[in-house]
Design a protein around this ligand. Structure first.
Ligand SMILES: [Zn+2]
Length: 167
């Protein structure tokens, strides 16, 4: 996914408050204060379910579906969070969630992994960027995009500057 995985927070740092059920079923969760604004949010639960249905029906192979790169697995373990949800493929390991951020405004930080807290901090400092939240299994390598959205906190200095530059 990215040639170089770097973190916004020191290794071992807490990813912050527990966020409760982040599974697809609780997608319409309330956004607690401090979380960045989410624009153009896309829930990828349907696509995820389709892949799992194909896997169980034998129409897709685990070789294709469980192709997590070592970078993704390592980033999830270092800076992501372990969920209580079991892997839907191997059913042995818990799923980890990690966010990847992309955007011109991030410079060298584009294409790097972030903790949930890291995304929130970044959104306060930087204008518009894209966030891709991914789930990954450390055991079998299952991985899938969960959600994607754009952030950028209106009213922040960075957002104002960004808007002024654009006009
Ligand atoms: Zn698994």
């Amino acid at each position: 996914m990215s040639p170089g995985v770097r973190a916004a927070t020191p290794a071992g740092a807490s990813t912050g408050r527990g966020q409760g059920g982040l599974c697809a079923a609780s997608y319409r969760r309330r956004v607690p204060p401090g979380e960045p604004l989410r624009r153009d949010e896309v829930d990828h639960a349907l696509a995820r379910r389709a892949v799992l249905v194909d896997l169980r029906a034998g129409r897709a192979s685990t070789t294709d579906a469980c192709d997590a790169s070592p970078y993704l697995q390592r980033a999830a373990k270092e800076w992501g969070r372990c969920t209580p949800r079991p892997c839907p493929v191997c059913r042995r390991e818990p799923l980890w969630e990690i966010a990847w951020v992309y955007g011109e405004a991030l410079g060298d930080g584009s294409g790097t992994a972030r903790s949930a807290r890291g995304v929130a901090l970044l959104a306060r400092a930087r204008p518009d960027f894209a966030v891709y939240e991914v789930e990954v299994c450390q055991g079998c390598g299952w991985n899938h995009l969960l959600r994607s959205y754009r952030t950028g906190t209106p009213g922040t200095v960075a957002a104002r500057r960004s808007r002024e530059r654009a006009t």
